[in-house]
Design a binder for this molecule. Structure first.
Ligand code: SF4
Length: 166
């Protein structure tokens, strides 16, 4: 597990650009279709500023020898495991950040305009709140995000979650 810690104001100054990443999210099929994804009815900067410290937790999934189907299945398993572990670590007002968008339900209730069915378990990701995960991973966690090669897989995936501390 890769770990790092940074104050929220420093993280906002160096690693958050809400409008840039909202526009990036707008190109994704989940945009405004999952409660864990923008658009939001709250101010994301105010959300960040409800905390003092961000602890980052990341895991790498090396894909050598895997087919794309095997790699993505393992990615899903690791995401569920990391998100669950971070959720269980919450205490004293801390709130975890998921490694990507919420995928608990096959079809999120947001598309029907209904409330989230698991608000106690749904958590936002760093990128959905405007965080630059590529820069965060590179500068704070000491590794690099890799992109898919011609074989359809990157050398490794980096699953990045976090914990917001009061
Ligand atoms: S738990 Fe279900 S309803 Fe809530 S954000 Fe996740 S997918 Fe949507």
């Amino acid at each position: 597990m890769l770990e790092a810690e940074i104050g929220i104001e420093e993280f906002l100054e160096k690693y958050v650009d809400t409008e840039r990443f909202r526009q990036a999210c707008a190109k994704c099929g989940n945009y405004n279709k999952r409660w864990s994804c923008p658009e939001y009815d709250f101010d994301t900067l105010e959300f960040w500023r409800g905390f003092r410290t961000l602890k980052l937790y990341a895991e790498q999934l090396f894909t050598e020898g895997m087919t794309p189907a095997e790699a993505y299945a393992e990615y899903g398993r690791m995401k569920n495991e990391l998100d669950g572990r971070l959720l269980a670590m919450e205490s004293d007002g801390s709130v975890s950040l998921a490694a990507g968008s919420c995928a608990r339900c096959a079809e999120c209730t947001k598309t029907a305009g209904k409330p989230c069915v698991h608000p106690d378990k749904m958590r936002y990701s760093i990128e959905s709140l405007g965080g630059d995960v590529v820069k965060t991973v590179s500068e704070l966690l000491g590794t690099e995000i890799k992109w898919a090669d011609a074989g359809g897989l990157p050398e490794y995936f980096v699953l990045t979650g976090g914990m917001l501390l009061k």
